[in-house]
Design a protein around this ligand. Structure first.
Ligand SMILES: C[S@@+](CC[C@H](N)C(=O)[O-])C[C@H]1O[C@@H](n2cnc3c(N)ncnc32)[C@H](O)[C@@H]1O
Length: 363
């Protein structure tokens, strides 16, 4: 970070110099990063209209924005700084259009810090529109039954009752419009999503994990990528060639022919990983198996990983445990403390304990 970094922030940096965890708003902290110092930005920002993460939000902010100028319409988006100065919280924007604009604005502030051959992986989930929606104080999307508060969202345009808002796609297109090259739209399939009361649609059981790289001034994008580090789909795929099956007399066990050479070698853009209820009071913790291949394939050994919305620091811990340096930003103090502790501990380990994170890959 630069000299002036986080001077006015409530900062704490873990003892190990391979790890820095800063408490503050990613909007401010992004601007303090050294130019071309980051190999991989990997994160899961707050999703739109789901959780407050303990922050107080000004529910009259849309009215206040419109009252300032009679020529304004709802979809004219205030800059993030105006929004925050007026009590707005990222993720609780009155309209999804505002949220996408703010998220892109914050990420864009980190663009200069990303190396030309760096990568950005952004995990983001979708939301159904409801005129009256409930905001959870915490809780992973689709899991848990946490305290909620109700709020009214203005309808109009694509914002219609029962509409799947396609927020991830709108976000990805907004990034493309700012010159980012989208390399993958990885689908994270969450097989453990509980049943929903709706009887007229399927359950929302996936989230997106977008891989962006920088567009060079000339030619095709070139960036670090180690494909040997991604999931091997062969792990849970079995093909039987029935012509080869022989029944051995007296043997009750099923006999099958398994030709490993014939099985796809993985590297699919769909990954099946159970969503977990979280750790350290945070319910949206990254599954280790979802992010380890991203970190190993998109950040060279010894390189630097940044998570600007690091929560309890799962990505930082995985990065540190795999010989990468890590920088995290987190607004909420208790999560910042947990991230500092978790990442420092991981930095001291040779290999990170995978715990009980259950993952099936190559769906
Ligand atoms: C989806 S969670 C990330 C969880 C994280 N991937 C993990 O494994 O723990 C988003 C996090 O962003 C934090 N956050 C929200 N707004 C922020 C902001 N403006 N700057 C920094 N952090 C913010 C929230 O407190 C929350 O912990």
């Amino acid at each position: 970070m630069t000299q002036s970094a986080t001077q006015e922030q409530d900062e704490a940096v873990a003892g190990d110099d391979r790890i820095q965890v800063h408490c503050g708003d990613a909007y401010d902290l992004m601007a303090t990063l050294e130019s071309e110092s980051i190999d991989l930005l990997i994160t899961s920002p707050p999703y739109w209209g789901l959780r407050s993460y303990g922050q107080d939000h000004n529910e009259d902010i849309l009215k206040q924005w419109l009252a300032e100028d009679s020529a304004r319409v709802q979809t004219d988006v205030p800059p993030y700084e105006w929004y925050r100065d007026h009590g707005g919280v990222l993720g609780l924007e009155p309209l999804p259009e505002w949220y996408i604009s703010h998220l892109v604005e914050i990420l864009q502030r980190g663009a200069a810090a990303l190396k030309p051959g760096g990568s950005m992986w952004i995990n983001i989930g979708d939301t159904y529109f409801a005129r009256w929606s409930s905001i959870r104080h915490d809780g992973r999307q689709g899991l848990g039954d946490n305290p909620r508060s109700r709020r009214r969202t203005p309808m109009g345009g694509f914002r219609q009752e029962k509409q799947l808002l396609l927020i991830p796609s709108r976000f990805a297109i907004a990034m493309q419009d700012l010159r980012w090259i989208l390399r993958n739209d990885l689908i994270w399939h969450k097989p453990n999503i509980p049943p929903r009361p709706e009887k007229d649609r399927l359950r929302l059981a996936h989230e997106h994990f977008f891989h962006f790289v920088k567009r060079p001034k000339e030619g095709r994008a070139k960036y670090f990528y180690d494909i040997d580090q991604v999931e091997r789909g062969a792990r849970d795929v079995v093909y039987y060639d029935f012509d080869e099956i022989e029944q051995v007399e007296g043997d009750e066990t099923e006999i099958s022919y398994y030709d490993y050479q014939e099985v796809e070698d993985g590297a699919y853009d769909v990954v099946k990983t159970h969503a977990r209820s979280g750790s350290d009071g945070h319910s949206a913790t990254f599954p280790i198996d979802l992010i380890t291949p991203r970190i190993l394939s998109s950040c060279p050994p010894g390189g630097t990983v940044l998570d600007p919305f690091c929560g309890t620091g799962r990505s930082l811990s995985v990065a540190a445990a795999n010989g990468r340096k890590a920088i995290g930003f987190e607004l909420h103090k208790p999560f910042h403390e947990a991230a500092t502790k978790n990442a420092s501990e991981a930095a001291g380990q040779l290999s990170f304990d995978l715990g009980d994170d259950v993952t099936e890959m190559g769906a």
